[in-house]
Design a protein. Sequence first.
Length: 97
Amino acid sequence: MELKLLDAILHGELQPWKLDASDTRHFTELVKAAKAVSPNTNAGLLKQLTALLADYPDLQKALADETPNDNTSLHQLLFNTALPKYKDPVTQFYSSL
């Protein structure tokens, strides 16, 4: 799934430079809905992505094709990367993706 998201960011409908970022309230609502789910399984992560990508039907269809295993828990990564802190709702949206 991450390759489809990356492809959508680089070449598809999630390109930041083509996005209308004037309605920050909408992005705040999307991120708030996604943050309501605290994923600790694959199914929870899929639910969080579904909330974030509510406005993108093609990506919603790709998410619907995924069949998560509810029993598979997420594990901490073995490394840590310091990402820049988001500064507005639009960058928080991309940070959450």
